[in-house]
Design a protein around this ligand. Structure first.
Ligand code: TRP
Length: 337
């Protein structure tokens, strides 16, 4: 059976929150248990350098993200779970791809264009002010992550679809010049990996500062849930589930039968305080076993490192010979070989 190769990277700049869990981590871990899928999941620490120049934050985030995935039961027997910087071939390939990617293509990347637009809006003379070469080349590094492992499918949010298209474009050019070396990857926009509502009713996102960290200790979790915005309807007044942040979050952690029951309680006028208690218990119950494993893992970082080293070995077993082939293809070789 040929397995579908699925790859995703997680930039190591923050602490995973409930939105990351529902939108990306939970579906990825479910996929890691699917025998028809060969998953490649990695800590994108080279990508982290593009937007973060705080070494301690990158170190801490790498630890927390790795511990999170392991605590949630990632099947590392099936999945290749590694740190990007343990696979230097990614950088080497990134250079080769830089030499076939057209600058005009990268000029059109959303992240770069948004940075230029910000400069223009603020009346800046230099449209490129504060934009690093790393940011400009971000899609090439991402293409290298993907093409090095001949990935078939890349689950992404809508904001990343353009990057996958660029990876296809760059792969096509390389293949055209040097022969068929790369598989063209496809973006899969995950429909179940729903977006979660945040504390203020907008999408839960680090950039809105409205997140609930995934493994927040119980007391703090309760406090944050109490902060979720509601309207001013009194207990006993019928309430609408539509547009309600509490309900929307509840739905992501409940069975369909539980959701039906809660709809009825809204119609019957459940008090907001009570609904917050229901939501807290639901999430807390769901998260507690993984939170315990997470805390144990943070106290045994050598165990996390060992898992990453095993992952790196599996990745290198593919990347090293493939890079040899690619070097040969472009004409980089020892004399006389
Ligand atoms: N750019 C992705 C993000 O910010 C992270 C990432 C890096 C990635 N390399 C990747 C995602 C390769 C998918 C495939 O979310």
């Amino acid at each position: 059976m040929t397995k579908t190769i699925v790859l995703t990277g997680i930039t190591t700049t923050g602490t995973p929150h409930l939105g990351n869990y529902v939108g990306a981590i939970r579906p990825a871990i479910a996929a890691s248990k699917d025998p028809t899928v060969a998953p490649f999941y990695f800590l994108a620490d080279y990508h982290a350098l593009i937007k973060c120049q705080e070494p301690e934050r990158i170190r801490q985030s790498s630890l927390e993200i790795a511990a999170t995935w392991l605590a949630l039961g990632l099947d590392t027997a099936n999945a290749v779970f590694y740190r990007q910087s343990d696979v230097p071939e990614i950088l080497e390939l990134s250079w080769m791809l830089s030499c076939v990617a057209s600058k005009g293509l990268l000029n059109r990347a959303h992240a770069y264009k948004a940075a230029v637009a910000d400069n223009e809006q603020s009346g800046e003379n230099d449209a490129d002010k504060g934009i690093s070469l790393g940011l400009f080349g971000y899609p090439v590094l991402m293409a290298a992550d993907i093409l090095l492992f001949n990935v078939n499918k890349v689950p992404v949010g809508k904001d990343q679809v353009q990057h996958i298209e660029m990876a296809r474009d760059i792969a096509g050019r390389f293949n055209h010049i040097y022969g068929e070396h790369f598989v063209l990857p496809e973006a899969v926009i995950d429909e179940h990996g729903a977006t979660l509502t945040g504390l203020d009713g907008r999408k839960m996102s680090k950039s809105y500062n409205n997140t609930i960290p995934l493994f927040e200790p119980e007391k703090k979790l309760r406090k944050l849930i109490n902060k979720i915005k509601t309207n001013s309807l009194e207990p006993g007044e019928a309430k609408d589930t539509e547009g309600c942040a509490l309900f929307s979050i509840y739905k992501s952690f409940a069975t369909p039968a539980q959701v039906t029951e809660i709809r009825q309680r809204y119609a019957d006028g459940i008090a907001w305080g009570e609904m917050k208690q229901v939501l807290f218990e639901q999430i807390n119950e769901h998260i507690t076993p993984a939170r315990e494993r997470y805390e144990a893992l943070l106290n045994a970082p050598e165990h996390i490192e060992m898992q990453l080293q095993e992952g790196a070995e599996k990745a290198l077993a593919i990347s090293v010979p493939f890079m040899k082939e690619l070097r040969k293809a472009v004409g980089i070789a020892r004399i006389g070989t």
